[in-house]
Design a protein around this ligand. Structure first.
Ligand code: ZN
Length: 210
């Protein structure tokens, strides 16, 4: 699946959050622990299995809050297919709302709600960086043909909250789908990503094969 794994945090306070624990996330936690970092929370861009299938294992190691958008949880509770949206241990869940913030040492993180790929998809903004999950890849955007996807919401997200971000924002996507590298500034992404260049909904739907 070529998922990226991220740790976000404060290098002075030696505290971190883990983004989307999946697959071999424990190896990443081992590295962080070996460097003296303590895990303070888990951040979920969206609840697809390939972004969450190691949450349980990480929680067994340390019981920390798991932050995900309220709308994602509502969708999961309303019968989202479990093979795509597996359960996450409920007692650890901390639902967040659009625009909520979280601090860790000197780091402040903003939860940017970016629906489209899933109802509660979100990106994490920290200073000039954005962990973008499956909302925005360097050369594309997330699929909108899955249960819970909404192509119109994805169009509005790309032309709204993503379009408003400063061009120097560094994009850290959820998958390694680009041959052009693993990360890029938004000004570069805007030049090469045709989904950021379409401002008509009908044209966007055509591009998505809908
Ligand atoms: Zn996904």
């Amino acid at each position: 699946m070529a998922n990226f794994q991220y740790l976000v945090g404060d290098t002075v306070a030696k505290k971190c959050w883990m983004v989307d624990p999946a697959w071999e996330a424990e190896a990443l936690l081992n590295e962080a622990t070996a460097e003296g970092y303590s895990l303070e929370g888990i951040l979920i861009t969206h609840a697809h299995f390939d972004h969450t299938n190691a949450v349980g294992k990480i929680l067994e190691r340390k019981d920390v809050p798991v932050y995900l958008q309220k709308r994602e949880l509502e969708f999961m509770d309303k019968g989202a297919p479990r093979e795509l949206f597996p359960d996450i241990p409920r007692s650890s869940l901390k639902p967040v709302s659009p625009g909520d913030t979280l601090s860790l040492g000197g780091a402040v993180l903003t939860f940017l709600h970016t629906p489209g790929h899933t109802p509660g998809s979100q990106c994490f903004l920290i200073e000039d960086r954005m962990v973008s999950g499956d909302t925005l890849f360097l050369n594309g955007c997330g699929r909108v043909d899955l249960p819970g996807s909404d192509p119109k919401e994805m169009f509005d997200t790309l032309n709204g909250s993503i379009a408003r971000l400063p061009s120097e924002t560094v994009v850290l996507p959820g998958h390694n789908y680009s041959s052009q590298g693993t990360t890029a500034r938004l000004e570069e992404v805007r030049k090469g990503n045709r989904f950021l260049q379409v401002h008509s909904l009908n044209r966007f739907l055509e591009m998505m094969g809908l």
